[in-house]
Design a binder for this molecule. Structure first.
Ligand code: ADP
Ligand code: ASP
Ligand code: MG
Length: 422
């Protein structure tokens, strides 16, 4: 008997019929003798619908003013889907109970809309499991020390599931979604993308942080920290397929490098349309500039991603960086108010129509010329690179958003990731 955590995403929970299917699948696992904890997302579209309503009523005021209420609101999506799943499980003849995050409790900090899980008290859940119940726990939400409901950021149900699996020392955490695993790139952008039977934890971490939303980055961090066996697989296979076959399907996140395995140099391509570029033009080229500009941005709790400072000409230079698009207006206003006057910079310009495309692979550690090949491929497509950032196992470029799909497909082919290449 094993303790297994299943997570089902929004599309997998998207209708009563799909919820019934989820219940049948979970029942199959429970009847095979496993203790089951199930973490559902809200039904697809529900979180967007709720946040859209809030936006209508909040127009004209910065989102930040409403963050506590946004969490109060958005968390209801998962509460509804969890209760529906528990009902469906009971209808399958199982004993089932659903809990909201505050009931478990899933304790988080108080950073509304992007809270972090700090600890999970699993006593109640264990007692239910020992009593033979399937336990359904809301994804995406928790509770802070003051008793406020919090949410974990978009896609946060992945993190709920992995954190619960870690806290309960589950034998495995299975993330059921609308694709049958982790692909070399988003199969919706590149139909020729190939499913990876395994992907290393480090590569998955990079892919998630660079925009592959198949797993929320924090879920991968949790899996790494607590060595949670983690698999991504499809919820769209027939629920009654053989359980052993199902248990081996999809993509396994691995923690140890397989020395014997021939490593592809590049394993995947990630992209992200969520960033915007800000350039501070004509700043005096002297010590303390980066600190002056980025210190102000950091003080406002705005995360910065790619950064470049250009060569100086006549003692002045341009300084560019990217932030999340949601933080763009705030960052520009802040820089205009605080940095332009004190720094003596000439101007601040921004571009929200950019994207970041990245190649990822642990094989890049031991191969030279990978980045230059990337630049060559982009130049052959006539795509101008605006910014570059590299680390040991990835190279990212910032380009015009309108070339994103072209860049992804050209790179996918050039690095032999297409199905036909295997
Ligand atoms: P869920 O609602 O199940 O959490 P998400 O929409 O959050 O599902 O994540 C699954 C989606 O992630 C897929 O439908 C796919 O479009 C996208 N995706 C992005 N990059 C990848 C990738 N490398 N492999 C698989 N799916 C990816
Ligand atoms: N329902 C939340 C969202 O749409 C959390 C999740 O689906 O993981 O972002
Ligand atoms: Mg998701």
């Amino acid at each position: 008997m094993a303790l297994i955590v299943h997570k089902y995403g929004g599309t997998s929970m998207g209708s009563t019929e799909r919820i019934r299917n989820v219940a049948k699948r979970v029942a199959k696992w429970a009847r095979a003798g496993h203790q089951m904890v199930v973490v559902p997302s809200a039904m697809s579209g529900e979180t967007n619908r709720l946040l859209g309503l809030a936006k209508e009523l909040a127009s004209g005021t910065p989102d930040d003013d409403h963050n506590r209420e946004l969490d109060m609101l958005a968390s209801t999506g998962e509460q509804a889907s969890s209760a529906l799943l528990a009902i469906a499980l009971q209808s399958e003849g199982l004993q089932a109970v659903s809990y909201a995050g505050w009931q478990v409790q899933v304790k988080t900090d108080s950073a509304f809309t992007k809270a972090r899980i700090e600890r999970i008290d699993d006593e109640r859940v264990r007692a239910d499991l020992d009593a033979g119940k399937v336990v359904v726990i809301t994804g995406f939400q928790g509770v802070d020390d003051a008793g406020n409901i919090t949410t974990l950021g978009r896609g946060g149900s992945d993190t709920s599931a992995v954190a619960i699996a870690a806290a309960m020392k589950a034998n495995e955490c299975l993330i059921y979604t609308d694709v049958d695993g982790v692909y070399t790139t988003d199969p919706r952008v590149e139909p020729d993308a190939r499913r990876l039977a395994t992907v290393s934890f480090e590569e998955m971490l990079e892919m998630a942080s660079l925009g592959s939303k198949v797993l929320q980055i924090r879920s991968v961090e949790f899996a790494g920290k607590y060595k949670v066996p983690l698999r991504v697989l499809s919820s769209f296979t027939p629920w009654d397929i053989d359980i052993n076959e199902e248990a081996k399907s999809g993509t396994l996140i691995t923690f140890e490098e397989d020395e014997n395995m021939e490593q592809a140099v590049v394993s995947g391509i990630a992209f992200n349309r969520d960033e915007a570029k800000i350039s501070v033009l004509g700043v005096p080229d002297k010590p303390g500039i980066a600190y002056h500009i980025l210190g102000a941005v950091a003080d406002a709790n705005i995360e910065v991603d790619v950064i470049i400072q250009n060569l100086s000409k006549d003692g002045r230079t341009d300084f560019s960086f990217t932030v999340h698009r949601n933080d763009y207006a705030k960052a520009v206003d802040l820089l205009k108010a605080k940095v332009l006057p004190t720094l003596g910079a000439a101007d601040i310009v921004g571009d929200t129509k950019i994207c970041k495309v990245s190649i990822v692979g642990i094989g890049m550690r031991s191969h030279v010329g990978v980045a230059s090949k990337m630049f060559r491929v982009l130049s052959e497509e006539g795509i101008n690179i605006q910014m570059i950032s590299t680390s040991e196992i990835k190279t990212s470029v910032v380009i015009d958003e309108k070339y994103m799909e072209l860049a992804v497909r050209a790179l996918h082919k050039a690095f032999d990731l297409d199905q036909s290449a295997s």
